[in-house]
Design a protein around this ligand. Structure first.
Ligand code: GLA
Length: 392
């Protein structure tokens, strides 16, 4: 259990990969974390509330300057260098993992940032955020690259602007119709805190999450069930929310409260109603979680996490049997609360658990998955960790 390579090694790995690419030392290495969403799922693109925290695993971006107008990128996980000229990048299309990197530059130009006087760069990416785990490995790439370029190109963009740029990269260059949760979580993460974000105003507050002081930890159970938000269920859920909002006469579902649900049930078909109900009740659960954390502390949020999971399983219908089994098994072995985290259809579940029950629960999850004939999950602990930074 625990995390892979120490952070300094990963920064060194990214720098070494860059030198292997171009024979030059890195001029700097920047990094940004993945995220766990504690609660507030599929609320971001409905202008609602979310409560994520940055995780210990990060993505590192080593950079060296060029004297032409080419951007070249290499990663330790793909082994293939790709390049694009800065001239004409606003009309370019991208494929594969490098779309997360080039998409950030494309999105800067879409935003009207003038890159005409900027020199090209060589970039090398290294990451220990597991991909496909629902822990925002893609946002971590985007945010590490955006943080590096913001500094070396002296763009002066704040975290809200950078988050938008990274989200556009994901929406347009990659083609996944996702919200602002992952990028804001990565860019505003703070060690020991969760980020309480209002996705309508984009205002956020950091909420203390002193889990260790309360004898707690967060267990992540990566089911290894693959999900892809560029296709399928994610976009369908988003469309259902938009449909629901339209029939209810509001711009987004943020405009509804639980008091509107009886009317929604009258006006909407059953499936759309249940999608709407999830989002409206989930917003309330985020607010209640924040209030509870501030008052009674993390030991009192278990029922909210469980209610969130039930809502995603039964009303939003984005859970899978592996996620349900992870949640149920953790609950049977000491967890205070548990839920799937992220976009759903696979990825990870989290459990809030007293430290002394952690090993027992992890063992039980492995045993339960084996008994069910499921792929062996990866189980590890997380704590709220630092946001973007320059490492070298
Ligand atoms: C994915 C998306 C986010 C958010 C979550 C669900 O992680 O990238 O924008 O919609 O799913 O809460």
């Amino acid at each position: 259990m625990g995390n892979d390579a120490p952070a300094t090694d990963m920064a060194t790995e990214a720098a070494a990969a860059l030198t292997a690419l171009n024979g030059k030392p890195a001029d700097g290495v920047w990094s940004a974390p993945g995220r766990v969403n504690l609660i507030g799922e599929h609320t971001d693109y409905n202008d609602g509330f979310v409560l994520p925290f940055g995780i210990e695993q990060r993505t590192w971006c080593a950079l060296s300057h060029r004297d032409d107008r080419i951007v070249r990128v290499y990663s330790t996980f793909s082994g293939e260098a790709r390049e694009v000229p800065l001239d004409g990048i606003e009309d370019a299309t991208f494929d594969g993992w490098s779309a997360y990197v080039f998409g950030v530059i494309w999105a800067l130009t879409e935003r009207g940032v003038d890159l005409a006087d900027k020199a090209g760069v060589d970039l090398a990416i290294a990451s220990n955020v597991p991909s496909g785990a629902g822990l925002s490995s893609s946002a971590a790439i985007e945010c590490s690259v955006a943080t590096a370029l913001n500094e070396v190109w002296d763009l002066g963009l704040d975290s809200a602007a950078l988050a938008k740029v990274c989200q556009r990269a994901e929406n347009v260059a990659v083609g996944a119709p996702t919200g602002i949760l992952d990028q804001t979580a990565s860019l505003r993460a703070l060690e020991g805190f969760a980020v309480f974000l209002d996705c309508e105003s984009l205002e956020s507050e950091t909420i203390p999450l002193p889990l260790a002081d309360e004898g707690l930890t967060v267990l992540v159970m990566n089911t290894h069930v693959e999900h892809a938000h560029a296709t399928g269920g994610y976009g369908e859920r988003r469309a259902a929310c938009e449909r629901g909002a339209e029939v209810m006469g509001v711009t987004t579902l943020r405009g509804l409260t639980v008091a509107d649900l009886p009317k929604a049930q009258e006006l909407l078909d059953d499936v759309t109603y249940r999608r709407v109900k999830h989002v409206v009740t989930e917003n309330d659960r985020v607010l209640e979680t924040v209030a509870t954390l501030r008052g009674k502390g993390a030991r009192a949020i278990g029922d909210l996490l469980l209610a969130s999971h039930a809502s995603m399983r039964d009303d939003f219908e984005i859970s899978v049997p592996e996620l349900d089994l992870a949640v149920e098994t953790a609950m049977a072995h000491g967890a205070i609360g548990a839920r799937m985290t992220g976009g759903g259809f696979g990825g990870s579940a989290i459990a809030l658990i007293p430290v002394e029950r952690r090993d027992e629960a992890a063992e039980a999850v492995l045993t339960a998955f084996a008994a069910a004939g499921y792929t062996t999950p990866t189980v590890f602990t997380e704590k709220p960790s630092q946001g973007p930074r320059r490492d070298v």
